[in-house]
Design a protein around this ligand. Sequence first.
Ligand SMILES: [Zn+2]
Length: 352
Amino acid sequence: MKSIITHVVQRGESLYQIAKKFGLTVNVLLVANPSIKNPSLIMPGQVINIPKVNKTIVVPRKQYGYDEMMSDLDTLSKFYPFIKVSTIGKTVAGRSIPAVQIGRGAKEVHYNGSFHANEWITTLLLMKFIEAYAKAYQEGRYIGHYKIKNLFEKTTLWIVPMVNPDGVELVQNGIQPTDPFYDTVVGINRSSGDFSGWKANLRGVDLNDQFPARWEEEVARRASPGPAPRDYPGPSPLSEPESKAMANLTRSHNFRLVIAFHTQGEEIYWGYRGLEPAESHRIVQLFSEVSGGYRPIQYVESDAGYKDWFIQEWRRLGFTVECGQGTNPLPFAQFWDIWGQVIGIFLVGLDV
Ligand SMILES: [Zn+2]
């Protein structure tokens, strides 16, 4: 299916007439055609994008993996040309890790999902948010009481919907004997073909145990002395390409706030060893309210996580949100319930 159609401007035709012809508003056309600076200055022969805004692109489903995400990102950026997709690095198996940029404000905010392989429903939540946000912006609408145009002008949001694509693929599709990583991965998984408990990357390193925030203490605390489906912090901090890519992205921006989305527990971790800013407390209360009661937790016996490192290095707002409740991977049947809980967090995070 064609994701976007085009129209060639005829002599004497105005943007208003074109919008009317396709059942759209001038505003929708302007957003879909960033090159048009002045709506009354269009030329005969000029090609104009006509977005088909009613189509749903991100369709929640039982298995939503890397290929689905990449294909949806491609379609999203065609429908909504103000969405910019770039690559922050490559995984162990050579997959590109995409980052999505949306908004044009001076304030930078970052969200990520699927640091842990069997928590891939967080990717679907972020993808759905990208679509909802883009659609509302294009149509000049509100979500809840937020006028999306205002958030868009005020904030630039950077989303990495899937930090650990190799791991997500492993959880969803297993691994073929022809795969160069087959022996390593099956060895780490103790010859089991069931990867539902797998959180790590393809080398058996827990990517959220990899950051230089008291990493050595995390090593001493964790049970896994070597590669494992979960909880192995790796041979050194940021030894893995995926965590390195996340560190580079974070260092090359000026994020005011970051949120790492995980599952499960309906909890929000918001502190790190007293280094978090004072306003973290107020903001986690807001998150708790809009999520319908996710429980704020200030400290746990854990180091070397992404948000730990962010708080330690920048003394800014860093959160880990544990979405939903149950055994990972959470069943797809919970998707819309969790969506209802986190949509408020997505929006508040852009507004604080
Ligand atoms: Zn997790």
